[in-house]
Design a protein around this ligand. Structure first.
Ligand code: ATP
Ligand code: MG
Length: 321
């Protein structure tokens, strides 16, 4: 079974990324042939700093290893190191309609957040489809927000296959039921986000314990005064309960008040993240090691990507010499 997922390097990765996606990468590396891609070409579609991008590509790789990806089992690589990704995206762009891209809710959300809306931001889901389809992927561990993009990838693959002949496998999404959508602690009606969330409402995987405590203790709740899971009427409290359940792996018990709940959430989050923070600090001291693993990742994935892109090129009618 081929497992594939992509994650953006820009910005500090947060608790939502960890619970919704990264944790499942780690679980799935035991179950199949797992490729994880640091999608730096996606990061350049929104505002970013070039030097930061280089740094954060290495730092994210270190974070993935700190979180438990084992370079012996999983292949971790940077998207821009495999030119077949943008090439396949161009081919797939010809079987993706303008109308379906315009319906993507991520594009609608992200365009609101910036003055300059790049063409790359609009065609982002096509590159994402290429990322996934190039590796004949069976399963894609992602958060709830990526459901629509995964559906698009499947539709595009089906359309390509039916017009030009069997070329791509159809991938399935793996989305956690509870942890697939962790909300911003300050604005619990929107997801915790690397680039679009509030600073105080986003718990970084690498945040120091004191920062975590402050952010959780200031999390927005409501005036009902009752701790219960009711995402419609009590989105903040329900989000804290979801985080607690995901961190401990147990159903939360009863709480007399919000303060008591927040104390337990703080402890549970810190217990979950502390070992990752520690291993990341160790790895960050050794950037050469991380670079070597990324170089090896590139070498490992290139033949698979090239094989698919060659098939796609031929199927679509391009001349080879
Ligand atoms: P941005 O908001 O800028 O797109 P992001 O936080 O979504 O950044 P990505 O690198 O795009 O980060 O996503 C990495 C993975 O984390 C994806 O599988 C995505 O679905 C998942 N994910 C992102 N936010 C959440 C969240 N709030 N809860 C659960 N999973 C999430
Ligand atoms: Mg995202």
């Amino acid at each position: 079974m081929r497992i594939f997922s992509g994650i953006q390097p820009t910005g500090a990765k947060h608790l939502g990324n960890y619970i919704g996606a990264i944790r499942n990468y780690v679980a799935l590396q035991e179950k199949g042939d797992a490729f994880f891609c640091i999608v730096d070409l996606h990061s350049i579609t929104s505002d970013y700093d070039p030097d930061d991008l280089r740094e954060s590509t290495l730092s994210l790789a270190a974070l993935l290893f700190a979180a438990g990806l084992d370079p012996e089992r999983s292949t971790v690589f940077a998207q821009s190191h495999v030119p077949a990704h943008p090439e396949a995206a161009w081919l797939l762009g010809s079987v993706t309609s303008f109308g379906e891209l315009r319906r993507m809710t991520q594009f609608k959300d992200k365009r609101e957040q910036q003055d300059f809306v790049s063409a790359g931001l609009f065609t982002y889901p096509v590159l994402q489809a290429a990322d996934i389809l190039l590796y004949q992927t069976d399963l894609v561990p992602i958060g709830e927000d990526q459901r629509q993009h995964l559906e698009l990838s499947r539709n595009v693959a089906e359309r390509f296959n039916s017009r030009f002949g069997e070329t791509f496998s159809l991938p399935d999404a793996m989305i956690p039921e509870v942890g697939g959508r962790i909300m911003d602690l300050q604005e619990p009606d929107r997801k915790m986000s690397t680039t679009g969330g509030t600073a105080q409402g986003t718990v970084g995987v690498l945040d120091p314990p004191e920062t975590i405590r402050k952010k959780i203790s200031r999390a927005v709740t409501d005036t009902a005064g009752i701790v219960r899971h009711d995402p419609e009427r009590q989105p903040g409290v329900s989000n804290l309960l979801a985080i607690l359940a995901e961190c401990t792996g147990e159903q939360p018990g009863a709480y007399p008040n919000y303060g008591a709940l927040k104390r337990d959430v703080t402890e549970a989050v810190d217990t979950l993240l502390a070992p990752i923070r520690k291993r990341h600090a160790e790895l960050a001291d050794d950037p050469t090691y991380v670079r070597e693993i990324l170089a090896e990742g590139k070498t490992r994935v290139r033949p698979a990507a090239l094989a698919t892109v060659r098939r796609a090129r031929h199927a679509i009618g391009l001349l080879s010499l």
